[in-house]
Write a protein that binds this ligand. Structure first.
Ligand code: ZN
Length: 423
């Protein structure tokens, strides 16, 4: 994952443009992707697909020809979505077009201007202080033209059409935790899930933030009913404890499963309530769609000092943190797949487990627990209780409850209640 992040780091991405295409091309070396290009001007929900932005370079030079700020050194230096400009300008006129962080004098901020056409440079406070001459030559070689918004999907078909929808935003330039860590975890999750037999279909979206999910939702209105659970994967490579942000409803199966997965992971974590800010969960939870969409992160949106600055770099993300994030996502999909509801097919009194050969199936080390688990699954076999809620009521490990259900199903004593959409 870290080497994928290193490969993607130098690319200047934005909500549209060749940086996004280049990024997706690299991801395609790892996983199958279906690309969609949506033309500028396409109405999407209450929005419109914007002009496509591309950039080749940009600098601030002294009138003697010395380059002081250079896009080629750091792609954060040009305001993302900046209009082109080429002129000699006074220092005073230049000032309102400069963005720096006085509190972090060595860091270059990441700023955007997607929906207002303007030009600008981002630079460290120290660099800004050094701009003491009366005039400068400035140049931004960018284009804002009719083009496309590009996004990609990786679909891993499961046994049913019920979907787990995972999103990673792909619209940030050289920033590692915010956006590249999510991309890397999502890519390697897809790679891992390709090897497993899935019950849910898993769809991973690689999309620009906000306008990307709005565009996807606009194009997939017919498809929304298949989505059972959704999660945005963001900021998963830094050293903060995990934060799971609940769905808007807060009591969905996903909230239940994420709480279980985090609790049993042994990883430090916190679970926070939904708030209508952050990443793509805002679009998916909107009342017209009302999908059960949470968000998994380590450092929180806007809450760590390196957020949206040049300090969110290759040193800020750690291999072991990415690995733990990936493991957590894999476990989430596994638990969602296993967390089924069953009906006891012999509900009048206890079935004769001995005669049916159930006891002979109990190999392994936890025979006593498995036997107890079998009685719990039968007792709560009304079709209403998920295996996770049975495990909690029984105070038994989820794994043992799942095994018990599988044994009973094999002996025709249990039928899953959630197979309506089986392929
Ligand atoms: Zn961001």
């Amino acid at each position: 994952m870290l080497s994928l992040i290193r490969e993607l780091y130098p690319i200047c991405r934005s909500i549209t443009g060749d940086g996004v295409r280049q990024t997706l091309k690299i991801l395609e070396k790892h996983i199958p992707l279906e690309l969609t290009e949506v033309p500028t001007g396409t109405p999407v929900l209450d929005w419109t697909v914007p002009k496509e932005w591309n950039i080749r370079g940009g600098w601030i030079r002294s009138t003697s020809g010395e380059t002081i700020i250079d896009f080629a050194q750091c792609n954060l230096h040009v305001l993302n979505y900046s209009t082109p400009v080429s002129q000699r300008i006074t220092r005073t006129e230049l000032d309102p077009h400069l963005y720096s962080i006085p509190d972090q004098p060595d860091w270059v901020p990441y700023r955007t201007s997607y929906y207002t056409e303007r030009w600008g440079f981002c630079l460290s406070e120290k660099q800004r202080q050094r701009l003491t001459e009366a005039e400068y030559d400035i140049f931004i070689d960018s284009t804002l033209d009719d083009g496309h918004l590009t996004f990609a999907e990786c679909v891993l078909p499961g046994k049913t059409t019920d979907e787990i929808l995972l999103t990673a935003h792909i619209c940030h330039p050289s920033l590692c935790n915010d956006n590249l860590s999510g991309i890397a975890v999502a890519t390697f999750l897809a790679k891992a899930l390709q090897q497993s037999r899935l019950r849910h279909t898993v769809r991973l979206l690689f999309i620009p933030g906000t306008i990307g999910s709005i565009t996807w939702l606009a194009l997939n209105r017919q498809h929304i009913d298949h989505v059972r659970h959704g999660l945005s994967l963001v900021c998963l490579g830094d050293s903060s404890p995990f934060t799971y942000k609940r769905t808007l409803c807060g009591k969905t199966e996903l909230d239940h499963v994420m709480s279980h997965v985090l609790k049993t992971s042994g990883e430090p974590h916190q679970i926070i309530d939904y708030f209508p800010y952050g990443y793509d969960e805002r679009q998916f939870n909107s009342p017209g769609f009302a999908l059960a969409f949470g968000s998994l992160m380590r450092g929180q949106h806007g809450q760590f000092p390196e957020y949206h600055t040049s300090a969110d770099n290759l040193d800020f993300v750690k291999s072991d943190k990415l690995e733990a994030s990936l493991a957590l996502c894999e476990r989430m999909v596994e638990v969602l797949d296993q967390n089924r509801r069953y009906k006891n097919l012999s509900p009048y009194g206890e079935p004769q487990l001995g005669n049916r050969g159930v006891y002979r199936s109990l190999g392994g080390i936890d025979i006593a627990d498995t036997q107890l688990a079998i009685f719990w699954v039968l007792a709560l076999g009304t079709g209403e209780h998920s295996l996770l809620s049975i495990a909690e009521r029984a105070k038994l490990p989820f794994k043992i409850i799942v095994e018990a259900a599988q044994i009973l199903e094999k002996h025709d004593l249990l039928a899953a209640q959630d197979e309506s959409s089986e392929l």
